[in-house]
Ligand binder design. Structure first.
Ligand code: ADP
Ligand code: ZN
Length: 721
């Protein structure tokens, strides 16, 4: 009889031993179904043929494995990555494993899946719900559940429409292979610098060894073209490539570009996929037949069969840091995956993070530079508008200098981008009569007014309410005033100033799917938009040759929080948005509105002297022992019961171990003191780089117990302070 150690999808338990029943055969990585109490859970074999030590339960007391899925076993490098991630980020291994497996239904052997779509027939009896479904589903197809969600009706409504013949089932083949990308299809003529950089990357792919690269090139220098050469080489070798992008909205322009270069689209992996698309993609990835996958963070843990290259594009982006569930940084885990898979990893960025530059400094990453824009495009001119010297008119947000520049740009028939990293109309709404401020009932956050959808919304938990006609505090009518600007308010100002200009707002509220992004790109390229008002969503990846003026509405915004990356992030954000200007033949201009044009970050932006800014920031981090020279970990203690959370946090704080080179601060209210109805307290651990802080925390928390109403999670290398 044999015994296997299995990691099952239940966060509360670690790997457990099971008996492999007669006639079943498993190997390390096999995907199985195992019993746990009354339930049956998916799991992965971590050790097959395990020999128990003497004090473990005997074989005869083990429960049988129930089933082995007909799917390729998870490879050794991926299993090691899962262990590493769980250890490093102090997360349950099962929570990490969950990111590598699709939902269990996707593992079933079938080659087809039944989806549903409209037949075009209208039923005789039409309820309002049915009407709504027919209207919203005209070009949709999917599972009953997916259609119900898309139409915002119950499953029963959809089933009713199937019964009366308005919706019909269709069999979708999920085994259809993806056409292989063609490495020679649209190969560009590279410039001399591009060719030499790409040659280095191509050789690294041929070497089949772990090697991290920092591909450091100004915006528009051709970083994408250059790493595409490495992708082409991996394709020639029949090995898989993973390209990680920070935002799903970026995928569509990327897919288009990829198709122009390789003749076929890559596999796209993101949260918006239908079950059938997800299953087809997962199969192609795990069989090794799908050669190139592009996706957001969640694509990182998929079971690639023979990975030959990993690219992290816009590698400095903070959205690679996951703040929910397993707190991991996809950029850092990508490098670890490369080391286990023995393949090169390319981090591409125009504004690399200080952490990444430090790895270059230490000789761990190899830096490749593209110092100039491709072709005749030159870097844009950056100038500041001093909001104290040259303020906007009362009740306005755009200073005269920016308004004039916009006018001149429009007169030349060119496009303008106004950047403000704030969704909605106004970040704060208050009653002018009694001063009441609208706060989220679940979070420590103001409700943000969204005029397009006529709602006050919380950006943290999604709580929404219609703006009331009267103040809920003092009952005064029509007394609500909007404080401060969001993109919608800037768009309003633009419409008043330039009534003939065609304006578009680009935020996650308007660009919520790849199709929406494609539509926006199409309108920009066709010259149907004159002025874009957008959040950080617009700062990345887009290439609009006719966009020549960028206005940064509030460059001081990012500096408010005062966390250790504030200045760096402001620098990156402004450089990225500036990178959208003048990417073609016409030169670009950037105007940044700020209250402190003399601050180091503004001076660096205006002078273009990134090096001394980075040097000063790095030095400040070094002397403070901040990352990458020292490290932090947050221990977040949360509960719906405020006192319980606070008391538990205090108790955990009191038991903090005294360790040389480590200090514990707090507990204090966490950066979001209340989130989704849970009160949050935080202990902040600061440690020397060399200290194994995870080990210390594991021992410390492992010796403690707390109420089941309290949740304790650890955020290693936190990004919010
Ligand atoms: P980055 O990723 O560094 O911002 P891109 O790869 O997006 O730069 O290149 C900027 C623009 O220049 C793109 O439109 C790209 O197609 C074009 N480009 C870059 N290199 C070449 C080349 N060798 N031949 C033709 N076009 C190029
Ligand atoms: Zn909220």
């Amino acid at each position: 009889m044999t015994r296997a150690r299995v990691l099952i999808l239940n966060n509360a338990v670690g790997p457990l031993d099971y008996r492999v029943p007669h006639g079943m055969s498993v190997e390390p990585g096999s995907i199985v179904v195992a019993p746990l109490g009354p339930r049956q859970l998916v799991g992965v074999v971590w050790e097959a043929d395990r020999m128990p030590s003497r004090d473990e339960v005997g074989d005869n007391r083990l429960r049988n494995l129930l089933q082995v899925h007909d799917a390729p076993p998870l490879g050794d490098p991926l299993r090691r990555l899962i262990e590493w991630t769980a250890n490093y980020y102090l997360a349950p291994p099962a929570a990490v494993l969950r990111m590598a497996l699709p939902s269990s239904s996707a593992l079933d052997g079938g080659r087809t899946i039944t989806e549903y779509r409209l037949t075009g027939q209208r039923p005789e009896r039409l309820t309002a719900q049915r009407e709504q479904a027919l209207e919203r589903l005209h070009d949709r197809q999917g599972l009953i559940r997916e259609l119900a969600t898309a139409a915002d009706v119950t499953d029963a409504v959809i089933r009713g429409l199937v019964k009366v013949g308005a919706i019909e089932p269709v069999e979708v083949d999920i085994d259809t292979p993806y056409p292989p990308p063609d490495p020679t299809y649209g190969a560009p003529d590279l410039s001399a610098v591009q060719a030499s950089v790409s040659e280095t990357l191509v050789e690294a792919v041929r070497d089949r060894a772990f090697q991290p690269f920092l591909l450091d090139g100004v915006t528009g220098s051709g970083k994408t073209e250059v790493y595409f050469e490495a992708v082409a080489e991996a394709i020639r070798q029949g090995r898989q490539t993973l390209v990680l992008l920070p935002e799903i909205a970026l995928t569509e322009p990327f897919l288009k570009r990829f198709t122009q270069r390789f003749g076929h689209a890559p596999i796209a992996w993101h949260s918006g996929l239908r079950q059938s698309q997800r299953r087809r993609a997962w199969r192609a990835i795990s069989s090794g037949e799908g050669l190139v996958t592009v996706g957001a963070r969640s694509a990182l843990f998929l079971p690639y069969r023979n990975l030959g290259l990993i690219v992290v594009d816009e590698a400095h982006e903070t959205s690679f840091k996951q703040e929910d569930g397993v707190h991991y940084h996809a950029r850092d885990v990508a490098v670890m995956r490369g080391s286990f898979e023995r393949c090169p990893v390319i981090l591409a960025s125009a504004t690399p993070a200080i952490e990444t530059r430090q790895q270059v400094e230490l000789g761990r990453y190899r830096e490749l530079r593209l110092p100039a824009r491709f072709g005749n495009a030159i870097m844009p001119e950056i100038a500041a508008i001093d909001l104290i010297q040259d303020p906007p008119e009362r009740g306005h947000w755009l200073a005269p200098a920016l308004v004039n520049a916009t006018e001149e740009t429009l007169a030349r028939g060119e496009q303008v981008l106004l950047f403000l990293n704030r969704r909605g109309y106004a970040p704060l709404t208050l009653c002018r009569h009694c001063g009441h401020r609208f706060q989220c009932p679940n979070c420590t956050a103001w409700l943000v007014e969204h005029r397009l959808i006529r709602r006050l919304a919380c950006h943290h938990c999604g709580h929404v309410m219609p703006p009331p006609a009267a103040c809920p505090e003092c009952s005064e009518e029509d007394s609500l005033v909007a404080c401060g600007p969001g993109v919608e308010r800037i768009a309003d100002e633009v419409k008043t100033l330039f009534p003939d200009a065609r304006t578009a707002i680009v935020t996650s509220d308007t660009i919520w799917s790849p199709a929406k992004a494609a539509e926006f790109v199409g309108r920009m390229e066709a010259g149907e938009i004159d002025i874009v008002v957008g959040t950080q969503l617009i700062t990345k990846g887009y290439h609009f040759p006719n966009l020549t003026l960028v206005g940064v509405v509030d460059a001081d915004l990012g500096l408010e929080g005062g966390d250790l990356r504030a200045a760096e992030r402001t620098f990156q954000q402004v450089m990225q948005v500036a990178g959208r200007a003048g990417r073609g033949e016409k030169p670009g201009h950037v105007l940044i509105q700020t209250h402190s044009p003399g601050s180091p970050v503004m001076e660096a932006l205006i002078s273009g002297d990134a090096e001394s800014f980075y040097a000063a920031e790095t030095e400040a981090r070094r002397s403070a022992g901040a990352p990458p020279f020292g490290r932090y970990a947050g221990i977040i203690i949360s509960s719906e019961d405020q006192k319980l959370a606070q008391d538990t946090a205090a108790r955990i704080g009191r038991t903090a171990p005294r360790v040389e080179g480590m200090a514990v601060f707090g507990p204090a209210p966490a950066p979001l003191a209340m989130l989704r109805g849970r009160h949050r307290f935080r202990l902040l651990v600061h440690a020397r780089r060399a200290l194994d802080v995870q080990d210390v925390i594991r021992d410390w928390l492992g010796a403690l117990e707390w109420s089941p109403k309290v949740r304790v999670s650890v955020d290693v290398d936190p990004y919010s302070f």
